[in-house]
Design a binder for this molecule. Structure first.
Ligand code: SF4
Length: 300
């Protein structure tokens, strides 16, 4: 899950400490099945998949990294399930001595730094100064990758432009998202991803909301939807979220309410879980795209 946000930092820091970083394979049927067997039924699909990934890795590594992300940005919390990932791992797997769960909190940088230095000391034995240097370099690597993810320019090439709103751990996971991004691109749709919208653009887009958003990853979703709408960049928006996700159910209502204040924006909400039927998912997608094409032709 958090791999999609923080992997550049993790890899850079751990490699500098001399560790060999091992990743679980991309999500597949058997990984999800393991997650389903171990997870509590009410939990959202991405966390079930996460548990399956931990099950695959747990016996193959010396340490497992599952950071506790409390505040990914200043004044914004992560969802309670993301916050509790280390506790889920500890509860389900007997890995207490293997588990590394550094704090990620943009308002408590000293504590986060201390946690990472402690991890570095544990796995490498490098000096304090070398570890601190590795930490700084890893932060720079992370910032560069985050910057390169941001879309610069929205040149219209006459194709159908669709804003895809969803957490990267859903949209970039081909198995969980039923290859939605790839399918849209194959159909010639120009796809904009919510993770490509920069933080400043998000902040500006949500600045008119009556209240600041409590969850920072939700702010990303709402901010991206508003940014594309306010700047007239997309013909339609698709929100993909997981059944059982509390924060997304609020974002969905907020997005629908707010975009309708700006202009008539076609909006499709696809909710996924382990029972999602591919046929039903595709039928809704096809119908939505047909409607967008029809609107585009009739708008001249
Ligand atoms: S934001 Fe939703 S999908 Fe993501 S971890 Fe939390 S409950 Fe699950």
């Amino acid at each position: 899950m958090l791999y999609y946000y923080y992997f550049p930092f993790w890899e850079s820091f751990l490699t500098a400490c001399g560790a060999k970083v091992k990743l679980s394979p991309p999500t597949n049927k058997s990984i999800l099945q393991r997650g389903l067997e171990l997870a509590e039924g009410e939990i959202c699909l991405p966390v079930k998949a996460f548990i399956g990934h931990v099950a695959v890795l747990a016996s193959e590594v010396d340490y497992l990294l599952a950071p506790r992300v409390v505040k990914p940005v200043k004044k914004g919390y992560s969802c309670p399930k993301l916050l509790g990932l280390p506790d889920i791992v500890r509860g389900l797997f007997a890995t207490t001595s293997k588990l590394l769960f550094p704090l990620v909190n943009q308002e408590r940088e000293r504590e986060s730094l201390a946690d990472w230095l402690e991890i570095g000391r544990k796995i490498s034995g490098l000096s304090y100064w070398k570890l601190k240097r590795a930490y700084r370099i890893a932060r720079c690597v992370q910032q560069k990758v985050e910057k390169s993810r941001q879309r610069v320019g929205y040149q219209a090439d006459g194709g159908l432009r669709v804003g895809l709103i969803g957490h990267p751990y859903i949209l970039r996971d081909s198995y969980l998202s039923l290859s939605l991004v790839e399918r849209l691109r194959k159909k010639g749709v120009e796809v904009y991803l919510s993770e490509e919208v920069g933080r400043n653009q998000i902040r500006r887009a949500v600045s008119g909301l009556p209240k600041p958003l409590f969850w920072s990853f939700e702010e990303e979703l709402v901010g991206a939807a508003l940014f594309w709408t306010q700047n007239n960049l997309a013909y339609g928006l698709i929100l993909v979220n997981s059944f059982g996700c509390g924060p997304d159910s609020l974002s969905q209502v907020l997005i629908e309410t707010e975009i309708s204040k700006h202009r008539e924006m076609p909006f499709l909400n696809l909710i996924i879980d382990e029972h999602t039927s591919e046929a039903g998912f595709l039928t809704r997608l096809e119908a939505f795209l047909d409607m967008l094409v029809w609107r585009k032709i009739n708008a001249g």
